[in-house]
Design a protein around this ligand. Structure first.
Ligand code: GTP
Ligand code: SPV
Ligand code: MN
Length: 592
């Protein structure tokens, strides 16, 4: 097929990859519906996709990845910088030379007898000053179709690029899906990503974590902006004013849910509304007004399916009702619809589970959907998508929230004293691990700014970049920490969460406008219990008080954990953060 561009940088690179991969055919993705329809048909004929019931799920398809390929694999993810210290303690490192050599060995002739697809895509609205362009070369139709949902793809991207050499070079090959030869290599110094032997979204939809976080975080440091693992949401008050919040929670800790939440009845009646801008990634820039502005570089949601239902996240569910792809969920053979745990109380009896085995939801003891089964859904499907979600200028942030799953230590909410303290709070973020990454679930680990698996350079330098950005803002967002996941002795969540998190958001926004006082505590500003609105909620003030307690001993343990973590990162950790740690320890020691 004739190339769709005359950009010589692109053509040279495509030639190199083509001669390495040796495909039988090359197809440029122009973004046309005709081509996509052809590819869907082909994928259905080979079993790569299954067409769902088009009356109930118009434009929707079903997909399965290999059994041992259902989540990001952090031990197979590498940052390949010339100097090992530039990748830092929190990343796996391989020298670019070794990684390219190994990659070439695996890729050579790997597309023999296969078609190679070339996808030009934009992260961010095409032409926005925030946006960046990438290419993904792949041998997977699932990837082509999913990239079309998750990013902006096609000819207008090539037109926007023109003759420029400023694009990210992504190469993905399924190869043989051999887990022992699975690698996700990032070369931040070359704007390059090579991913082999995987078919799972997080490893192969290269625009997402690989580019928009790992490569982009590195670019952001070089160019003076930030790429963060954050949702972006607009909160409209009854007078029609909209304030924007960004939130960083580790994988499977509630970003999609918070981005799309429906406020409790009492707030809806007053006229509050919530608008989704993004559910996973934010690119942040400082503008002349001294504020921090955010765009969502993606065009779709790659959301966790299990637990998504009409009550927990109606808007996410509605987003998946057309033109979406479901991966590793249950397939109902009676009507070709999909199902997953907690979708409803009516699991199908005649179905296939995520591995393709016969499954009866009424009698089986095993889960039908994989805990990290997901959907890719176009953002425009979301009933509460913000009118500003594609604004090339982004939206201004009033607040940034950090949060994780902490059964005991962290209170429901607290506010940092200033940007530097807020950076400290983000750097100490910790959470119990989830099914979003392969490995043990439920272990507490440090996950600074929810970026542990996604920062493309040395974590200490990343903290420094946060501090430097703060100095450049005359009106920075206020920084908060939340925890929706505190449990009682029985291990049950105390806080109802989901829509009721709006009550905490209301307090935070009032703090941003100085409309409510707070109590000083050893860890930061805490709400007075009476300032969290519990109207219409079956929770006592005593329960709320217990959600706001600070356990001195548990926190002193945490201080030790933070110190150990900083030491492992090494001497790149800014002194200012050690100062904050000392203040925290002193404050706690003074506590009754
Ligand atoms: P990634 O896509 O992996 O980055 O995840 P995410 O941060 O977008 O998480 P998501 O919103 O998909 O939520 C993950 C899980 O947390 C789901 O099972 C939700 O049901 C659950 N969850 C989300 N919000 C809350 C909450 O407020 N309380 C409780 N208890 N669970 C929640
Ligand atoms: C996450 O794990 O944070 C996700 C899913 O959003 S993945 O794209 O696999 O990274
Ligand atoms: Mn994520």
């Amino acid at each position: 097929m004739k190339p769709l561009t005359s950009n010589s940088n692109v053509l040279k690179w495509v030639d190199e990859i083509t001669s390495m991969m040796n495909p039988s055919d090359v197809v440029w993705i122009d973004g046309s519906e005709n081509l996509y329809e052809e590819l869907r048909k082909e994928a259905c004929s080979t079993g790569e996709l299954i067409k769902l019931n088009q009356e109930i799920y118009p434009g929707c398809y079903y997909h399965r990845s290999a059994k041992d390929d259902v989540a990001r694999m952090e031990d197979k993810t590498y940052i390949c910088t010339r100097r090992k210290e530039d990748a830092g303690y929190t990343n796996n490192w391989m020298s670019p030379q070794d990684a390219y050599r190994l990659g070439r060995e695996i890729f050579t002739d790997s597309m023999k007898g296969r078609t190679m697809y070339i996808i030009p895509y934009s992260m961010g609205p095409v032409g926005s000053p925030f946006s960046k362009i990438g290419f993904e070369i792949t041998d997977s139709i699932y990837v082509v179709l999913s990239m079309n949902i998750m990013t902006r793809v096609g000819q207008d991207v090539l037109d926007a690029l023109g003759d420029s050499n400023d694009f990210v070079r992504g190469v993905h090959g399924k190869c043989t899906l051999d887990i022992n030869r699975r690698y996700i290599f990032h070369f931040p110094e070359d704007n390059t990503i090579w991913s082999c032997n995987s078919g799972y979204g997080g490893n192969v939809l290269l625009g997402k974590k690989c580019f928009a976080l790992r490569i982009a975080s590195y670019q952001g440091r070089m160019e003076g902006w930030m790429a963060e693992h954050m949702l972006i949401v607009g909160i409209e008050s009854p007078d029609g004013e909209v304030k924007y919040i960004a939130g960083a929670f580790p994988s499977a800790c509630g970003k999609t849910n918070l981005a799309m939440l429906i406020p409790p009845e009492v707030y809806l009646k007053k006229g509050y509304r919530v608008w989704t801008v993004g559910d996973d990634i934010a690119w942040l820039r400082i503008k002349e007004d001294g504020r921090l502005w955010a765009i969502n570089p993606e065009a779709g949601f790659f959301g966790v399916a299990p637990g998504t239902n009409a009550k927990s996240n109606y808007n996410a569910l509605m987003s998946t009702r057309k033109n979406s792809i479901f991966t590793n969920v249950v397939l109902n053979l009676d009507d070709y619809t999909v199902w997953w745990e907690k979708l409803d109380n009516n699991p199908p009896e005649n179905a296939l589970d995520w591995m393709g085995n016969p499954w009866n939801g009424k009698t089986s003891k095993e889960n039908g959907a994989h805990p990290n089964s997901r959907f890719t859904a176009p953002a425009i499907n979301c009933p509460c998508i913000s009118p500003e979600w594609e604004s090339p200028e982004g939206v201004p942030l009033s607040a940034i929230i950090f949060g994780g799953r902490r059964a005991k230590t962290a209170p429901l909410v607290y506010q940092s004293r200033n940007w530097q303290h807020g950076t400290f709070v983000g750097s100490t973020l910790a959470s119990e691990t989830t099914a979003a990454a392969a490995g043990k679930v439920g272990v507490v680990r440090r996950d600074p700014m929810a970026m542990l698996p996604f920062c493309g350079y040395n974590m200490g330098d990343y903290f420094r970049h946060w501090l430097e950005m703060g100095k450049k803002m005359s009106n920075p967002p206020k920084i908060f920490h939340v925890n929706w996941f505190r449990t009682n002795e029985k291990g049950e969540f105390i806080w109802p969460g989901f829509g009721d998190n709006f009550r905490v958001i209301e307090w935070m926004l009032k703090r941003c406008e100085n409309l409510v006082d707070a109590e000083e505590s050893p860890i930061g500003y805490m709400p007075r219990p009476e300032d969290i609105n519990l109207e219409g909620l079956n929770i006592s003030t005593d329960t709320l008080k217990s959600l706001l307690t600070i356990d001195k001993e548990a926190w002193l343990e945490d201080v030790k954990g933070i110190e150990e973590f900083y030491k492992k990162i090494g001497d790149t950790v800014p002194q200012e953060l050690y100062d904050e740690l000392k203040t925290l320890a002193d404050n706690l020691n003074k506590m009754e």
